[in-house]
Design a protein around this ligand. Structure first.
Ligand code: GLC
Ligand code: CA
Length: 588
């Protein structure tokens, strides 16, 4: 938030993330592109989103789907041309939306000319733009592991040194301690802003500062955030954002960031970033060794985690709100119980989770496909997968003797590819995404789970429900800015909270379970008129979850409040979500 009396524009905004290679293919090569996006801008405008975030479209060898950039100044030919980009940007602006670019500056591609120069000789002026160390006792200088498996160091014969790569070896880390390198990054960012883009989502930006001692400490095992990251971001703010700050949106992706640090990064008085993506809630189901050793996180852990962040950033700083993105499995298969391709409680779960998220205080991010209730992919063989992290994990586990079926089950739940399947625009599946062969398979049941069918589903359209959630944020000050308080923190089914601004308060009730959930009496007594609900009462309570497939698709009546609703709210149906005005005078 800004410290002026007028809250920043993005406190009202909802952001939609496009993963370009899977959104829409405009030229039949099987890979989504800028032309494809231009063909579906109605979808975004109808939804009502304010900002579009594009995952990377820069020139890249695609070792990590564009998060390995070889030219920051150009568009990859696979996605289109710089002219097409300008056209797209103009069309997005003409529709009253903004465009946020992905900025990947912790590392470049190993094919970037900077790295090619850097690796050629220790005498090259660009050498110091990356992070090099000599072997210690004939081995890597420390024990850091790459996020994608294996050591975080790779050998460079010409200079007889290792270079650091926190991700794939094709993604060497830039040396932010080098002022000339930082200068080149700021110049590049300013060029994009001059072109008219409205902000940046900054990839793993808390990784940019490295501890020089840890880099040569053979016992150092874990990379941790260094305080210099704040200095670099303040400098970036001064050099890039400050002159146009009011119009921009900046969000830093920060695996491992703590609440205390997030306050520092987003406190407007410190002039660093507008908001961060924190990872606490998406790491709850992580195993001790790897994210693939997953176990389901109980609801209590999830809601208490998000509540801690709400409290932590209540007075200073600002939260971004997300349950999914291109690095996470589909939210409804992960936080809900919807298996790949299933319709059982799919509409309910998608809308219930969205209600919980969008009624928090912060800026909500919608990941493409979540607005139509897409599930995990349902892939069954390793040949279905494309993601470097997933493939590395599979190879290493199978190599260690873990049965392939066990590994496939783990990645079936957790792989990033679950969220990277193409958007099925109609019931024709793949051919509604591309005239060719899609680069990765469609998710299970694309003939049923697709944009056209969802949008035609009336009161059971996930898309329509998202529209109402977005409109609610735009229209309601208490939803935007109201103070947050978690209710019933230990309840195992119910995610309940209160938002309050002055005399205006809302109570949000979400049954996050497959069973009906009685509303505790103390809460019931506080419920005033219904503001929003995902189910029509009569149908929700008379039908069991197993009937959900057939429910109400033919009904076009709006699922608005009805007279009997308020009285009759003793029990919430499975994955029912309801937002009420609070009836008693709230404490101020
Ligand atoms: C971020 C991106 C992820 C990528 C990684 C390395 O976490 O979101 O997709 O693999 O950074 O750039
Ligand atoms: Ca294409």
């Amino acid at each position: 938030m800004t410290d002026s009396t007028v809250p920043a524009w993005w406190t009202t905004a909802v952001v939609y993330q496009i993963y370009p290679r899977s959104f829409a293919d405009g030229n039949g090569d099987g890979i989504g592109d800028l032309r494809g996006i231009r063909g579906h801008l109605d979808h975004l405008q109808d939804l009502g989103v304010d900002v579009v975030w594009l995952s990377p479209i820069y020139r890249s060898p695609q070792a990590d789907n564009g998060y390995d950039i070889s030219d920051y100044e150009d568009i990859d030919p696979m996605f289109g041309t710089i002219d097409e980009f300008d056209t797209l940007l103009g069309e997005i602006h003409a529709r009253g939306m903004k465009l946020m670019m992905d900025l990947v500056v912790n590392h470049t591609s190993d094919e970037h000319p900077w790295f090619q120069a850097a690796r050629s000789s220790t005498k090259n002026p660009k050498h110091d733009w990356y992070i090099w160390r000599r072997p210690i006792d004939g081995a890597e200088p420390n024990r850091w592991r790459s996020a994608f498996g294996g050591p975080a160091w790779a050998w460079n014969p010409p200079t007889q040194e290792y270079f650091l790569h926190m991700f794939a070896p094709q993604q060497p880390d830039l040396n932010w301690a080098n002022p000339a390198m930082r200068d080149a990054i700021y110049t590049m960012m300013n060029r994009w802003l001059d072109r008219g883009v409205d902000g940046f989502r900054m990839d793993v930006i808390d990784h940019i500062a490295k501890d020089p001692d840890a880099l040569i400490d053979p016992s150092s095992e874990r990379y941790v955030m260094q305080p210099q990251a704040h200095d670099y971001l303040r400098e970036m703010h001064e050099r890039v954002f400050a002159p146009r700050q009011e119009a921009l949106l900046t969000v830093g992706e920060m695996p491992g960031v703590t609440i205390e640090d997030a306050i520092r990064f987003t406190d407007p008085k410190r002039h660093e970033l507008d908001m961060v993506f924190q990872f606490e809630h998406v790491d709850l189901d992580r195993g001790p060794d790897s994210k693939f050793d997953n176990h389901r996180a109980p609801l209590g852990a999830l809601k208490r985690s998000l509540a801690r962040w709400q409290d932590g950033l209540a007075d200073r700083g600002w939260n971004s709100l997300y349950l999914g993105n291109h690095d996470q499995p589909r939210a409804i298969s992960r936080f809900g119980t919807v298996p790949p391709g299933s319709d059982r409680l799919r509409y309910e779960t998608a809308t219930a989770l969205a209600t919980a998220l969008h009624l928090h205080r912060g800026t909500p991010y919608i990941y493409q496909g979540d607005e139509i209730g897409m599930t995990n992919a349902g892939f069954t063989t390793i040949d279905d997968y494309r993601d470097v992290e997933t493939l590395n994990y599979y190879r290493s586990q199978v190599g260690r003797g873990v049965p392939a079926a066990t590994v496939l089950e783990a990645i079936g739940f957790r792989s990033r590819d679950n969220a990277r399947t193409p958007i099925p625009w109609t019931g024709d599946g793949a051919s509604s995404f591309t005239d060719g062969v899609p680069w990765i398979g469609m998710a299970a049941a694309a003939d049923r789970i697709n944009v056209a069918d969802d949008r035609a589903a009336g009161t059971r359209s996930v898309f329509e429900y998202y529209r109402r959630l977005i409109a609610l944020r735009h229209d309601s000050e208490v939803v935007r800015l109201g103070a947050f308080a978690l209710l019933e923190p230990d309840h195992k089914q119910l995610w309940a909270f209160r938002r309050c601004r002055g005399a205006d308060a809302r109570i949000v009730l979400v049954n996050c379970s497959d069973e009906p959930c009685p509303v505790p009496d103390a809460l019931r007594a506080r419920l005033g008129p219904l503001v929003l609900g995902n189910l029509q009462r009569a149908e929700a309570l008379t039908k069991g979850p197993d009937d959900a497939d057939a429910a109400g698709a033919e009904s076009v009546e709006a699922a608005g409040p009805r007279a009997d609703d308020v009285l009759n709210v003793g029990i919430l149906a499975p994955w029912e979500a309801r937002v009420f005005r609070e009836c008693t005078e709230p404490d101020k």
